[in-house]
Unconditional design. Structure first.
Lengths: 285, 294, 294
């Protein structure tokens, strides 16, 4: 499904891209994540604080903002990957479909089963292509009709046609863009509910990036997608909702905060906050 | 997909509960393994300390063994002998090991360095008794055992260790340092001697200390080269001198409990030396690594 | 360039050792030929010499050590890299390395005087009583010396070697691979089993072979605890000898014919040691699934 005719508009302002989209109907949409006053602290440093937003089902929600303002930290709360950092402390409330993700008795393994993640740099296992995609299902005990599951996942990641004849070859023999699509296939093979994408295309060339972006339009049919990106145009191209994070510094502390969250086109064409306006028009960041 | 998806539990249920239990079991196994290793170390160390206690005294360290192998007396001759043998071995192994390390890191082309490195790694793993037999074959046959034959055998055991430690230290030197010196027109050799070696001095010394700690405890290389000796205090290195490891070995094979007690005492002295040297060297190595900024 | 001389000298040294040991063994090799290797009697009085009992002893004691040490060492390494709380990690890691620094003669002394009696009075009778229907758990040794004891002592020596290599290997697995596995909703153990262990399996194999090399070549501690038998028996509690320990035990006081047979044993030991060491080194250099992952 690699489309060689895709042109990547690098000089077009995000504003213009966003104007071409409609506004998604969020009123009737199910709320997948309900975030209230979320904060993350590493030891005595505060990474993000006071984050409030709702993420809607089957939409693509993008987090944008300058480097270091906590976008990745935020997204890693959604699947409890921050648990892996010993000094990390999460405050506030994070509800997934009405259940508190950080509640008593909640198993992070069960959380990650529902909320999958694709990372910035492709990280396929040093195994065959087939085994990479099949690993998750095998671990979960989904061993029946594994071949079908693998094919479905690879098709879903727009990779099947390119690898169907070499499933036994090492995943490391694929190109960067293909590896990243393999990681997407790996994530969707276990049929999660949500897909978190942490700057999925930032390590890829423009053509591979375009392929991933096109993929996301198809993926949102089945999954709720949250994407972190430092590329405004990308957010304008793919996201239905966009959240703008920035750094707030005062005498006593500095932390990342959510400045504005809105339909993508409204955020880019008519932002309510001056900081947002400065960022999207390129005046800073 | 349906308009509202059914609730999925975020708790450990069903098969996840099973997987969690397996996970806990394996964590327990890992912890048990670590505890077992520490326990063995503690048991051995405490055994040695407790059984050595009756033998320890100032006399023990300063007197030679009793003339007829009876009770009393000490291990002074063995301490002196070991010091001489290990000292000579270090004098042999250290310069050669450093030279080899310099060649491998500074001068050797990759195709040449690889087989040399392989030979050193193989040399490192050779049974030490075979090393002893080798030196026996070249230095003892036709003559007598001697302390310097023992030293040669120990130096062969120490060589790969010194070389590797020196190599690691040399590799820590930032290439910017080398390039700056060479850019000033200083010759390769001068660069090594004048610029690189001084910064690596600490690391190389600690590598030497580690090798010494290892060599001090080696018995097999000395069996054929320096094990037949009289118990008198002597510093004549052309003859076989008493030494700690062989003394422990010999006493341990005797039935006499008084000799066992002396063996424990000597074992404690040896262990303390080896442990202090090893830990001290490793701490110094970590510090010199930090100093070089890596 | 003297550094080149030193470096090539080390290769030459290895060759010289091989040549000299075989040269020393030549009279016996010439006299007995390869039948020596399959001859199962060692009787100085009857002038019959054969290596088989000692090849058997070497194989069984090493096997016991590897079977016990491998899972222990991997468990320890996994604990150190995945499970241990930050502060404890360094301390326990150092303690495991200290275990490696204990001189073998001290471990042997501990084996004769502490471990042996414990085995003789408690463990061996228990095993014989409950599992005696299996031939390897025959009647216990009255003194606690024997093949089993030697295997246990070797285990203590092998564990730190394998554990520290495995620990390095596990640390080198990129964090992103671990995160990728965990993000798919796997438990820590599933991640270890599915990603870390397969990615490091070649290195683990090499570590095991290096541990094996250590076990094969150990002469002193083994000869102290193994009981000095010359029969091949299925009972692991019985006395035995390995190639290395036989040489250490019998060399002094042996007449020239027995001596040359012992040197033949040394040559066999050398060859086995070289195969194990070269094997480990080549595995490390050739096959590494992680190599392309960067």
């Amino acid at each position: 499904m690699m489309n060689d005719n895709v042109t990547i508009p690098v000089d077009v302002a995000p504003v213009e891209i966003a104007q071409e989209r409609g506004a998604p109907e969020t009123a009737q949409r199910e709320v997948v994540f309900d975030v209230r006053d979320l904060g993350v602290h590493y030891g005595s440093t505060t990474a993000i604080s006071g984050v409030n937003l709702e993420i809607y089902r089957n939409l693509i929600t993008a987090m944008i903002g300058p480097s270091g303002c906590g976008k990745s930290t935020f997204i890693r709360c959604l699947n409890r990957m921050n648990d892996l950092v010993p000094s990390a402390r999460v405050t506030g409330n994070l509800m997934y479909r009405g259940q508190d993700i950080y509640g008593e008795g909640v198993d992070p393994v069960a959380v990650r089963r529902q909320i999958g993640m694709v990372f910035q740099r492709p990280n396929p296992f040093p195994k065959s292509i087939y085994d990479n995609v099949a690993w998750g299902p095998r671990v979960l005990g989904l061993k029946k009709r594994l071949d079908e599951r693998v094919e479905k996942a690879l098709r879903g990641a727009a990779l099947w046609e390119e690898v169907k004849d070499r499933l036994k070859r090492s995943a490391l023999s694929l190109s960067g863009g293909q590896q990243q699509r393999l990681c997407i296939a790996r994530a969707i093979a276990i049929e999660p509910d949500v897909l978190l994408l942490d700057e999925p295309a930032s390590a890829l060339d423009p053509i591979a990036t375009a392929a991933i972006e096109e993929l996301m339009h198809d993926l949102k049919r089945d999954y709720t997608i949250v994407i972190v990106t430092h590329n405004m145009q990308q957010a304008a191209r793919v996201a239905d909702m966009t959240a703008f994070f920035s750094l707030e510094v005062d005498e006593s502390h500095r932390s990342g905060v959510l400045v504005e969250y809105d339909n993508t086109d409204r955020l880019f064409t008519n932002p309510s906050d001056k900081r947002t306006e400065d960022y999207v028009t390129g005046r800073f960041g | 997909m349906a308009a509202a998806t059914p609730q999925v539990s975020l708790r450990a249920t069903g098969s996840l509960r099973r997987r969690r239990i397996v996970n806990k079991i394996m964590e327990g196994v890992g912890t048990a393994a670590a505890l077992l290793a520490v326990a063995v170390l503690v048991v051995v160390t405490v055994s040695v300390a407790v059984r050595a206690a009756p033998a320890l005294s100032w006399d023990f360290l300063t007197q030679p063994p009793n003339l007829f192998g009876g009770p009393g007396g000490g291990i002074s001759s063995a301490i002196i002998g070991s010091a001489l043998i290990v000292g000579m071995a270090t004098a042999l192994a250290l310069p050669v090991g450093v030279l080899i390390a310099i060649y491998l890191t500074e001068f050797a082309p990759r195709a040449v360095a690889a087989p040399i490195q392989l030979a050193l790694d193989v040399l490192n793993g050779l049974p030490t008794i075979v090393v002893g037999i080798f030196v026996y074959g070249i230095l003892v046959i036709g003559h007598l055992q001697s302390a310097y034959a023992g030293a040669v055998a120990l130096s062969i055991v120490m060589l790969p260790l010194v070389s590797r430690a020196a190599q690691e230290t040399l590799l820590l030197v930032p290439s910017a340092l080398r390039e700056a010196s060479l850019a000033l027109g200083v010759s390769r050799w001068r660069t090594v001697v004048g610029v690189i070696l001084p910064t690596t001095f600490g690391g190389i010394m600690t590598g030497a200390v580690l090798a010494v700690a290892r060599a001090a405890g080696e018995t097999a290389p000395l069996l054929f080269t320096c094990s037949i000796f009289s118990p008198d205090v002597s510093t004549d290195v052309t003859k076989a001198l008493p030494n700690i490891p062989v003394l422990i070995f010999t006493y341990s094979e005797q039935p006499d409990p008084a000799l066992h007690e002396q063996a424990w005492g000597a074992a404690l002295v040896l262990m303390v030396f080896v442990l202090v040297a090893s830990l001290g060297a490793k701490a110094l190595l970590a510090r010199s690594r930090r100093k070089l900024g890596r | 360039m003297i550094t080149a001389v030193a470096a090539f000298g080390s290769v030459f040294l290895l060759g010289w050792i091989v040549w000299k040991v075989i040269n020393l063994a030549w009279p016996a090799i010439d006299k007995y030929g390869l039948a020596f290797i399959t001859e199962d009697t060692w009787d100085p009085v009857k002038r019959t010499f054969g290596a088989l009992p000692f090849i058997y002893g070497t194989a069984v004691s090493s096997l016991i050590a590897l079977v016990i040490a491998t899972p222990l060492a991997i468990g320890i390494a996994l604990w150190l890299t995945e499970l241990a709380p930050r502060g404890v990690r360094g301390i326990v890691g150092s303690l495991v390395e200290v275990l490696a620094a204990i001189p073998s003669v001290v471990l042997g002394l501990w084996g004769i005087l502490v471990l042996g009696p414990f085995l003789a009075q408690h463990l061996e009778p228990w095993l014989h009583e409950h599992l005696g229907f299996i031939p390897i758990f025959g009647p216990p040794s009255p003194t606690g010396t024997g093949l089993f004891t030697a295997g246990l002592i070797l285990t203590i020596m092998v564990v730190p070697i394998v554990a520290s290599i495995c620990r390095e290997l596990f640390l080198q697995v990129p964090n992103e691979l671990e995160e990728g596995a965990l993000a798919l909703g796997s438990t820590r153990w599933e991640m270890v089993r599915g990603v870390i262990l397969p990615a490091t399996r070649t290195g683990i194999a090499a570590a095991i072979i290096l541990g094996l090399g250590r076990a094969l070549g150990e002469a002193i501690a083994v000869t102290q605890v193994i009981g000095g038998g010359t029969q091949i028996s299925s009972n692991i509690f019985g006395p035995s000898d390995t190639l290395a320990s036989k040489i250490a035990a019998s060399y002094q006081g042996a007449d020239p014919i027995e001596q040359s047979s012992l040197l033949y044993l040394a040559a066999i030991l050398l060859v086995i040691g070289l195969i194990a060491n070269f094997g480990a080194q080549i595995i490390v250099r050739r096959f590494d699934p992680l190599r392309d992952a960067h």
